[in-house]
Structure formats: C-alpha cells, structure tokens
Write a protein that binds this ligand. Structure first.
Ligand code: NAD
Ligand code: ZN
Ligand code: ZN
Length: 365
C-alpha cells in the first residue's frame, strides 16, 4: 500500500478536490506506475460538467505517461524503470474484436466503466471508500495501478510530457487521419475545431500528405497554432466560414474532421463534403445530443460518416510509432503545450479550457 495525492472528481460542476489516497500493490496482470505527466483533455471536462454519467469519487486524467515502479507476479513484458504511455481502454486481447485488430471496441474491457478487468478499483480514501480511476488510468494521481494491457513501453528518451499527449489527443487526432479515415496523399482535409485533438488531426493530415489542409476555429490564437503545425489555410468560424471554404474547395472536401463535439459544428462539417467524401466525427457530444442531416447526398453520391474512437489505434503498434515520429521532429507535438502546471493549478486550467484558452495544459507531478 502506498499513499499519493490526486485530483478527485466528487460531483457535477464541483472543482476537483486534492486528496490523499491509498493505492494497492499491483496484482497479477497489473503494473504500478509513477505518473510523470498528464495532459488535460476536454473529455475530463465533459465528466466534470456532468455531460456524461460517471460515478464519483474518481481520479480524473486519462492522457498519462510515467515510469513502471513495480509489476504484478505474472507480468514479464515490463520491468521497473520502463517508460510507459497509458492507454485508456485496456483491451482484453482475447475477444473477437481484439483478435480482429480492433481493440478500441474490445467487448470485455471494463476500462470504459473506469474499473479494472476484475471489476474492482485499486484506490481508496483514507476512510476505506473505493475510488475509481478514470478509464482505468487516473493520471491526475501521482501514482496508479493499471492493467498491463493498458500500458505501452516507449523509448525512455521520449520526454514524459510528450508521451502523455500521445496517450489521448495525439493518438486520437493523428489516428483519425491515418487509421480511421485513411486519408491519402493529395486529398483535401478540413478540420473543424483546433484544440489539442484538432491540432493533432492537422498534424496527421500534413503527415499523410493531404492538400489543402484547412483549419477552422473560433479562436485566432488556435488558428495561428494550426498554421504553425502545417495547416495550409485558416478560416475563422462564423457566418462567412462556409463561403471561405467553398472558395478554396468549390466541390467540397474529400475529408472533414469534427473535433469539438457540438451539434452545430457537426452538422456544418457534414455539409462541407464533396461527392464521395468522408466526415469523421472525433469530438464527443454530451449524452443524448441529436444532429440532423439530409441523407440523400450520402446515398446518391457516396458520402460517408465515420465515428472515430481513439483514432482506431492499436496502442502496441501505434504508440511507439508516434513516439518515434515525435522524436524525429515529424510531429511537432511540443507546440501543443500552452503551459506546464502542478496539481494545485488543475481547476484553474480547466476554467481556461472552458474559455478556449490554450491547446493543451500538461500536469507535471
Ligand atoms: N473520439 C475520441 O476518441 C476522442 C478522444 C479525445 C477527445 N475527444 C473529444 O474531442 C473533442 C475535442 O477535445 P480537445 O481536448 O481538443 O478540446 P479543446 O477544448 O482543447 O478544443 C476545442 C476547440 O474547439 C474550438 N471551438 C469551440 N467552439 C467552436 C465553434 N463553435 N466553432 C469552431 N471552433 C470551436 C475551441 O476554440 C477549441 O480550440 C472533445 O469533445 C473531446 O471529448 C474525442
Ligand atoms: Zn482524451
Ligand atoms: Zn477484447
């Protein structure tokens, strides 16, 4: 048993509470990880705002990187000292979808309920009350016990803060382009929303050789960042945005990525498609949101809509590859970091995210 400090979700619209918690030793199939860095992702904010039903108390944070401190008795693929990027769906590795190479829709994972594979938790309050770890990661805690299937070893030279961003925003955004939508060289791409996820979509589109890569956001600083990471055109969201995109792409876009999760922007993104084009929905909506669109352009001219979960990533395959691209300078992920913060700054940082200020803030434990 070890003690740690963590930012705990205690209920809707309440600030995260800094608490001292107790953590179990890793059991069979588990790792104890000292979390070095955790990105703040809008999905954590969705939980805090009550947009998705999640049960408190829970340590938030699901974009984490750290160092293995101890391994459970039957874990041979990791050793203390390994740097690991954490994966937020800890696949079972055995179900039909895992065997078919689609672990992001694993049939058996309990991580989507923020539980370990045995249905339990490894954290508790000092009074004994069990505490969940968000998506079986809980990277707003200084330490975590995670399923070994939810960790991927990466090159120890990769800075932890960049490893953390690979764990959600970068894997999702780059994977949306290269895996989910499989964008081809020379295809046109529009990215609606340029936070940490949308800017990663821009980077993925540049990597895939897409042209043009049109970034859309309401925030001018976000658009400048999009240009810095390779967008060819920047369009301020608003009444004239559709005409501005049409001036660049008169027949519509081969690919559109929505990376916000709002009804209006999803409907607008879908309206930008060319015949045969594909809209990839990456932004997550509050539960129960309904969007509307005319289906005729889909059946009469081969348009498609795809849902992107975690960039359709196979973590063991994709995380080390992304780490390599980051270290080779081919993915300018460091440009996403607006600020490095401590645990005591976490609520202020989420207020800034709500206000649309900054791409990614990274908690350094
Ligand atoms: N599909 C997945 O697996 C997955 C993974 C991670 C995150 N997400 C989701 O992706 C979304 C984005 O996450 P993030 O961390 O990048 O969020 P973020 O808050 O950092 O970024 C959102 C961006 O949208 C912009 N924006 C807001 N309203 C806008 C509007 N009306 N028009 C144009 N731009 C607008 C903001 O200025 C900001 O740049 C969230 O919904 C998150 O939950 C999905
Ligand atoms: Zn996330
Ligand atoms: Zn599975």
């Amino acid at each position: 048993m070890t003690a740690l400090c963590a930012a705990v979700y205690t209920g809707i619209d309440r600030p995260l509470q800094l608490e001292t918690l107790e953590l179990d030793e890793p059991g069979p199939g588990e790792l104890a990880v000292r979390i070095e860095a955790s990105g703040l992702c809008h999905s954590d904010l969705h939980v805090m705002l009550g947009e998705w039903s999640e049960r408190p108390p829970m340590v938030l944070g699901h974009e984490g990187c750290g160092v293995v401190e101890a391994v459970g008795e039957d874990v041979h693929q990791f050793a203390p000292g390994d740097r690991v990027v954490l994966c937020w769906y800890a696949p079972c590795g055995e179900c039909a979808r895992c065997r078919a190479g689609r672990p992001w829709v694993c049939l058996n994972t309990r991580a989507n309920s923020s539980l370990m594979p045995d249905g339990g938790t490894r954290l508790r309050r000092l009074n004994g009350e069990p505490v969940r770890s968000y998506l079986a990661v809980g990277s707003f805690g200084q330490r975590a016990v995670v399923p070994a299937s939810g960790a991927v070893r990466v090159d120890g030279r990769l800075p932890a803060e960049l490893g953390a961003l690979i764990g959600c925003g970068v894997a999702t955004g780059v994977g949306a382009v290269t895996n989910t939508a499989a964008v081809q060289q020379g295809q046109s791409v529009v990215v609606v929303g340029c936070g940490g996820v949308g800017l990663s979509v821009v980077m993925g589109a540049v990597l895939a050789g897409a042209d043009p890569v049109i970034a859309v956001d309401i925030s001018a600083p976000k658009l400048r960042l999009a240009g810095d990471v390779g967008a060819t055109h920047m369009v301020r969201a608003g009444d004239s945005a559709g005409a501005e995109v049409a001036a660049i792409l008169p027949h519509g876009s081969d690919h559109v990525f929505e990376a916000i999760g709002l009804r209006e922007t999803i409907e607008w993104a879908i309206s930008l498609l060319s015949p045969g084009g594909t809209a990839t929905l990456v932004g997550m909506t509050p539960e129960g949101t309904k969007v509307s669109f005319d289906p005729l352009p889909f059946t009469s001219a081969g348009r498609s809509i795809l849902g992107c979960t975690y960039g359709s990533c196979v973590p063991d395959r994709d995380f080390p590859r992304l780490a390599e691209l980051v270290m080779q300078g081919k993915l300018p992920v460091a440009r996403l970091i607006a600020e490095r913060i401590g645990l005591e700054d976490v609520n202020r940082a989420f207020d800034q995210m709500r206000a649309g200020d900054g791409a990614r803030r990274v908690l350094i434990h």
